[in-house]
Design a protein around this ligand. Structure first.
Ligand SMILES: Cc1ncc(C[n+]2csc(CCOP(=O)(O)OP(=O)(O)O)c2C)c(N)n1
Ligand SMILES: [Mg+2]
Length: 504
């Protein structure tokens, strides 16, 4: 797997962003992130004002019998100093239909008056079943042939937006193909594709505001692409050259960009979730019209940080959109070995978080769900969870061979029959917005641009060795200084062990 620089409970995997590098997990992580993020953006100054977020009506294009989202008015006031242990006032929570069946024998007259709310008594000894009889359904809009399913509940997408979404999905495919090949040629040390998950990448990015702060796992470069990170910037990071914002200290694919509100990828799984709760809370304190958006894989939900992140966000009513890419596999671990729940969507509800399961290979469904989720997160100041059902068509990374642990037929089925890019393309083409000529022009110009970017990135010199020791602390510590001197001496003594052009 990717970078594993983990020392005890301390992760040091964010050096390429000017973000705190020592993020202690769980509680400390949440609080540090909230306070640091708030300070870093001069958020605290406006604390004593009203939240004042106006109600947002989620647009519906037909009269749905299921009025899921309605107007909300935020009446909350922010009145507490964040440096105290108090937190921001709650916002109204819409009552949700209870999925757990109530017993007919329940004695409504008697209730346990418990802190946090009354609980009805029952004389029937009945365990809650481990799962409901019917799995939570998966929301979709486009069928396998790229046709809109009649009566679908979705947010319309204009021609301009649809074409841009398709172009970016195709660009991501070309980028993955070329960087993967570059790794195979030994030009970069590592790569990880998003093949099969292009719709989640691009459609979720399209549904967000650029002000929303993204904390990725690692299989979401399309969000950064959508936000304007150039192919040259991707190449510079993968080659770890002098133009790389991380100064070449991270493994390839650990992209990050302050400019694009995109935290640097952190490979220790799930560390981004409690941090996202902290970022969301900071945005709440600042009364920003924005939320935190964090991505996680199915495997990541087995980490403690997943649960800490969800719980913090729920209890603190932080505007965070959690997007879980359930792609069936965590390297070689199948989801049946990962959890026994009905996927991830039910875990959101268990933490008191509004949640939805979405077809992650349907760009229109992903777009609608993410846009609705971020509007709810921002206007109602609450977290929302999305479980996007998809499939990792590629190997986990260039360090993996997935044919060793899964059937080729299974990969082929998802690659061909459930391909998210082909499905969206059919819809865009049926609308008369895209032609085969557009397709070949786009793919060949993207390929050319990427090859040029790679050639240029390869020629750039690397950062001097001394950069390895900078930025770890404000002031270099004595033991780091000693290590630097020792490493320089070693390189001078055994230059044959280091690449040519390597400078200290
Ligand atoms: C804390 C931690 N444990 C283990 C790993 C090794 N590891 C890297 S990726 C991965 C699987 C993650 O799977 P998933 O979250 O489903 O994401 P996917 O790769 O499928 O997109 C594991 C176990 C790690 N990076 N960090
Ligand atoms: Mg996975």
């Amino acid at each position: 797997m990717t970078c594993q620089v983990r020392q005890g409970t301390t992760c040091t995997c964010r050096p390429s962003n000017p973000l705190p590098t020592n993020i202690v997990k769980d509680t400390t992580s949440f609080l540090h992130m909230a306070m640091w993020f708030a300070r870093s953006r001069n958020l605290v100054s406006s604390l004593r004002q009203n939240l004042g977020l106006s109600a947002i009506l989620i647009k519906r294009n037909h009269s749905s019998p299921r009025p899921v989202f309605t107007n909300y008015e935020l009446s909350s006031k922010v009145f507490l100093d964040p440096s105290t242990s108090f937190r921001h006032e709650s916002t109204a929570v819409e009552s949700q239909p209870d999925l757990v069946q109530q017993s007919d024998h329940e004695d409504d007259a008697q209730e346990l008056d418990f802190p946090g709310g009354k609980v009805g008594y029952t004389s029937e000894m009945k365990f809650i079943p481990e799962s409901s009889s019917r799995r939570i359904p998966c929301y979709r809009v486009l069928n396998e042939h790229g046709k809109i399913i009649s009566d679908s509940d979705f947010i319309p997408v204009s021609e301009k937006l649809a074409v841009r979404m398709y172009e970016q999905m195709a660009t991501l495919q070309v980028m993955d193909h070329i960087f993967y090949e570059a790794q195979r040629q030994g030009r970069i040390s590592f790569y990880l594709t998003s093949v099969g998950e292009e719709a989640i990448n691009i459609a979720s990015a399209a549904a967000l505001s650029p002000e929303d702060v993204v904390l990725p796992q690692y299989r979401e470069p399309g969000v950064l692409l959508w936000r304007g990170f150039t192919l040259e910037e991707f190449a510079n990071q993968c080659f770890g050259n002098k133009a790389d914002y991380g100064k070449g200290r991270q493994m390839p694919i650990h992209y990050g960009s302050n400019q694009h509100n995109y935290f640097t990828v952190s490979s220790p799984i799930a560390t981004q979730l409690p941090q996202a709760a902290g970022v969301g809370y900071a945005l709440k304190m600042e009364k920003k019209n924005a939320c935190a958006v964090t991505f996680i894989g199915d495997g990541g939900t087995s980490e403690g940080d997943f649960h800490a992140g969800l719980n913090f966000a729920a209890v603190m009513e932080a505007p965070v959109v959690f997007i879980c890419r359930n792609n069936g596999w965590a390297i070689s671990t199948h989801i049946s070995e990962q959890f026994r729940s009905d996927g991830i969507v039910v875990k959101g509800q268990a933490y008191g978080i509004r949640s939805i399961r979405v077809d992650g290979n349907d760009a229109l469904a992903v777009y609608s769900a993410v846009r609705s989720a971020r509007e709810m997160a921002v206007t109602e100041q609450r977290p929302v969870l999305i479980e996007a059902m998809t499939y990792r068509v590629g190997h986990h990374s260039t360090s993996d061979d997935s044919t060793k642990y899964r059937e080729a037929d299974e990969i082929q089925y998802w690659k061909m029959s459930r391909n998210p890019v082909n499905r969206f393309k059919k819809w865009v083409q049926d609308n008369g917005w895209w032609s085969e000529e557009d397709e070949s022009k786009l793919r060949s110009s993207t390929r050319k641009q990427l090859l040029q970017a790679i050639q240029a990135a390869e020629k750039w010199e690397k950062q001097p060795l001394t950069e390895l020791f900078n930025d770890v602390y404000d002031v270099k510590t004595k033991n780091l200084e000693e290590q630097e001197v020792g490493l320089k001496a070693l390189v001078e003594k055994q230059p044959q062990d280091y690449p040519t052009g390597f400078h200290i």
